[in-house]
Design a protein around this ligand. Structure first.
Ligand SMILES: [Fe+2]
Ligand SMILES: [Fe+2]
Length: 248
């Protein structure tokens, strides 16, 4: 029989060899999404002997959502472990595919969570909350506010990451993977997206999330107005305010 002192020491040792959960989440997401990006694009860059995707949309979108989670959680007293972990993993099994295929990515990700976190220092008691948030993150419109606050934050951050400046980079970089694209196509799709964005803004769960969504939507509207001006009416003067030059 192992004496209690040795048992405690063994437990402590086990704790100390547990991997940091954030690094584990990032590693799993990177591996899955790099492989899926290369599969979907059907082409890769060779970087120091390794195949690298042209653009890993899923990873970049997730990183944007994680950054938003770190910003939003303290503002609404949400548990950052739960929110950040759910954001890292919310799309961790989502593949780039035909939109007509049945989408089960929220449940697929939720099922994968315990396996990904196994052997990490993530508190086991919080895993159920992570899975709940992941299972409820889908859809661009809500008919009622989500609870608890962690699930609400994950929905808000996922949607906020689809608005604003970074979203334009992500949208522009992935578009060519689905079909040949032109500036005109990007403009038309962007304008159609603005209509859906109104629904996202109206559905935001948290006060700070909604205020930020309104700011980001206003930015997107200005962006597409300017793009429309440049592309459809290049001879008309721009509506944008000129930059103020210092008075001599
Ligand atoms: Fe998703
Ligand atoms: Fe997402």
């Amino acid at each position: 029989m192992i004496p209690p002192k040795a048992q405690a020491k063994g437990r402590k040792l086990k704790e100390s060899v547990r991997r940091p959960w954030r690094a584990r989440c990032e590693e799993d997401l990177r591996a899955f999404t790099d492989a899926d990006s290369i599969r979907f694009w059907g082409i890769a860059h060779q970087v120091q002997g390794a195949a690298k995707p042209i653009f890993n949309y899923r990873f970049e979108h997730t990183l944007a959502a994680v950054k938003l989670g770190r910003w939003l959680c303290p503002l609404v007293d949400a548990d950052l472990d739960v929110v950040e972990c759910a954001l890292w993993l919310h799309d961790c099994r989502k593949k780039l595919k035909d939109p007509l295929t049945k989408d089960t990515h929220a449940m697929d990700a939720s099922v994968a969570v315990p396996g990904i976190l196994k052997g990490t220092d993530f508190p086991e008691a919080k895993i159920a909350a992570v899975r709940h948030a992941i299972e409820h993150h889908v859809g661009l419109r809500l008919t009622k506010k989500l609870t608890p606050i962690e699930t609400a934050c994950v929905w808000d951050c996922d949607k906020l990451s689809k608005l604003g400046a970074a979203s334009l980079i992500h949208f522009g970089c992935i578009s060519g993977a689905f079909q040949p694209i032109t500036t005109q196509d990007i403009l038309v799709r962007g304008e159609a997206w603005l209509d859906l964005c109104e629904g996202i803004v109206a559905s935001m769960n948290t006060g700070p999330g909604k205020a930020e969504a309104e700011r980001r939507l206003a930015f997107l509207q200005t962006h597409y107005q300017q793009l429309s001006h440049e592309w459809r009416e290049p001879m008309r003067a721009s509506d944008l305010e000129p930059l103020q030059s210092p008075v001599p």
